[in-house]
Design a binder for this molecule. Structure first.
Ligand SMILES: *Cc1c(COP(=O)(O)O)cnc(C)c1O
Length: 500
């Protein structure tokens, strides 16, 4: 009875495949909308003014998931409207917040193709060309930034890329036994050294991988906001005396807040002396190592045992894609490889499931691979170089302007704050606290303006406005508008706030 019913499923009762003509029609229409989106980006509002609650209500009113499905064409139309009308555009020329880049349009097409072929890049056999494309991309990235990568893996972003390097370092320094016995079998507590400016991924890593955040040794930064290597040595020696087990130092190449590159060469020397793993977090700044003029500040960059770098930052790849590179492939397999009976993938090919945390893996590399070839080494160098030059230009503008005070300028990050002229030179606590409040309020209004979007940094007690340029659509004309734009809002706010 049952068998007969099964045999009758000759045609599936739910229509999934679109008729080829319908697919084309919808696809062409969608591409038209996207092309318009890109070409009109400069004249669009940068973001929506709707609150999260208003958007939630809008979705509840406009969309539904019912017993019966809906027409694909109508659905697509409504979706394009909802998504394009209610988003923040990091591809807008005025977007300079956090470290989120404008996405290369070719990346959108690459994602469409990747999703259509849908290779599972966990195993070479399941993704014949995709696995080799990922390996080739890793090789190209290594060559571009002059890091001698023996192997690497694409992951979802900087946090994950740092985790992969971190676990590889843990396994290499604590021995493979911890994979079976756990860290409980260790006689001494492992400790890891980072600068005070290190991104918060280190806390997640120490927490998630069982070492505990109490075993992070935060090293102060010096007057250049770089990791203080003297203090690093002192802390290592003290930990050794106290019976801890130093295993790793994290150097940052482009700190998330100010863009500072740590003294990588000195850190490497200390790592060598004490036999520690040297991991570099280059999620943001790593690609700046591709510029010959940055050779001096990146000295030691190529000495890292593992390196995290984010193509979805300075390669302008659409989210998400991060990358871990290692000096020896075995660091990854030693940390991540298992061979269960149900996976007979063979041992002659590289299977990315052995290199990282994911099992099924998407083809997130395609967009990176395509735009590397599309823009070329010169194209990318020039884009990164100009982002850096624009940030320096902004610094000069604010430096010369009487209503502003500059903070820092490293790589493509510039910080500054609005200081009404009557408050210039006032160092007392009350004035500083007022300026902090004023600039915090100012940030809120700038980001609501739909013209510019920036973020903030806290540096030496000062609340600073922070612009980070990883945006190929911005230019000096846009930057020229910023001082007056910010001054106008600042004057208004100041006259309101100073009265109360
Ligand atoms: C952005 C960033 C991260 C986190 O990367 P995601 O891609 O956001 O996960 C880590 N470290 C640094 C230095 C970063 O700039």
């Amino acid at each position: 009875m049952l068998e007969k019913e099964h045999r009758q499923i000759m045609e599936r009762s739910t229509q999934v495949d679109l008729d080829p003509n319908e697919f084309k029609q919808l696809g062409y229409w969608l591409v038209d909308q996207i092309a318009e989106l890109f070409s009109q980006m400069p004249s669009r509002p940068l973001t929506t003014k709707k609150s999260a609650e208003e958007i939630e209500q809008l979705l509840n009113a406009e969309t539904h998931f019912d017993n019966e499905g809906q027409n694909a064409g109508e659905l697509l139309k409504k979706t394009v409207e909802l998504v394009t009308q209610n988003s923040l555009y990091n591809g807008h020329p005025g977007f300079m917040g956090y470290i989120t880049s404008s996405p290369v349009p070719l990346g959108a097409l690459a994602e469409l193709l990747a999703a259509s072929v849908n290779p599972n890049v966990g195993a070479a056999r399941l993704s014949p060309v995709a696995t080799q494309i990922e390996r080739q991309t890793i090789k190209w990235i290594g060559e571009f930034i002059q890091y001698p990568a023996d192997a690497g893996i694409m992951v979802s972003g900087g946090n994950m890329a740092n985790f992969v390097g971190f676990v590889a370092g843990m396994r290499a320094k604590l021995g493979l036994e911890i994979r079976t016995k756990g860290i409980q079998h260790l006689q001494k507590a492992p400790v890891v050294y980072v600068s005070a400016e290190t991104h918060t991924w280190i806390q997640k890593a120490m927490d998630l991988f069982g070492l505990g955040t109490d075993h992070i040794r935060w090293i102060d930064t010096d007057s250049n906001r770089q990791l203080d290597t003297e203090e690093l040595e002192e802390k290592i020696n003290e930990d050794l005396r106290q019976g801890y087990l130093p295993i790793m130092v994290v150097g940052t190449a482009g700190s998330v807040s100010l863009g500072v590159v740590d003294p990588l060469k000195s850190i490497h020397n200390i790592c060598k002396k004490h036999n520690l793993w040297f991991h570099i977090d280059g999620a943001y700044g790593g690609f700046a190592a591709a510029l010959p003029e940055n050779k001096a500040i990146f000295e030691g960059f190529s000495m890292a045992d593992s390196l995290a770098i984010d193509p979805h930052k300075w390669l302008y790849a659409p989210l998400e894609v991060g990358c871990t590179l290692v000096r020896e492939a075995k660091y990854l397999t030693d940390a991540f490889s298992y061979h269960p009976a149900y996976y007979q993938f063979g041992t002659t090919e590289i299977n990315f499931v052995d290199y990282g945390m994911q099992n099924s893996r998407g083809f997130r590399t395609l967009k990176v691979w395509m735009s590397l070839q599309h823009l070329g080494i010169n194209g990318y160098q020039q884009l990164i170089r100009e982002d850096i030059a624009l940030a320096a230009y902004a610094y000069q503008l604010f430096e010369q302007d009487q209503d502003f005070e500059t903070g820092t300028n490293h790589l493509s990050i510039t910080t500054f704050r609005y200081v009404p002229q009557r408050m210039k030179g006032k160092k007392d606590e009350e004035s500083q606290s007022y300026l902090n409040q004023l600039n915090q309020a100012l940030l809120g209004e700038i980001n609501n303006s739909q013209e510019f979007f920036i973020s903030n940094a806290i540096d030496q007690g000062r609340f600073l406005l922070r612009m980070c340029i990883v945006n190929f659509r911005t230019n000096s004309k846009i930057i020229d508008k910023m001082p007056d734009f910010i001054r106008n809002i600042g004057e208004n706010l100041d006259s309101k706030m100073s009265q109360t």
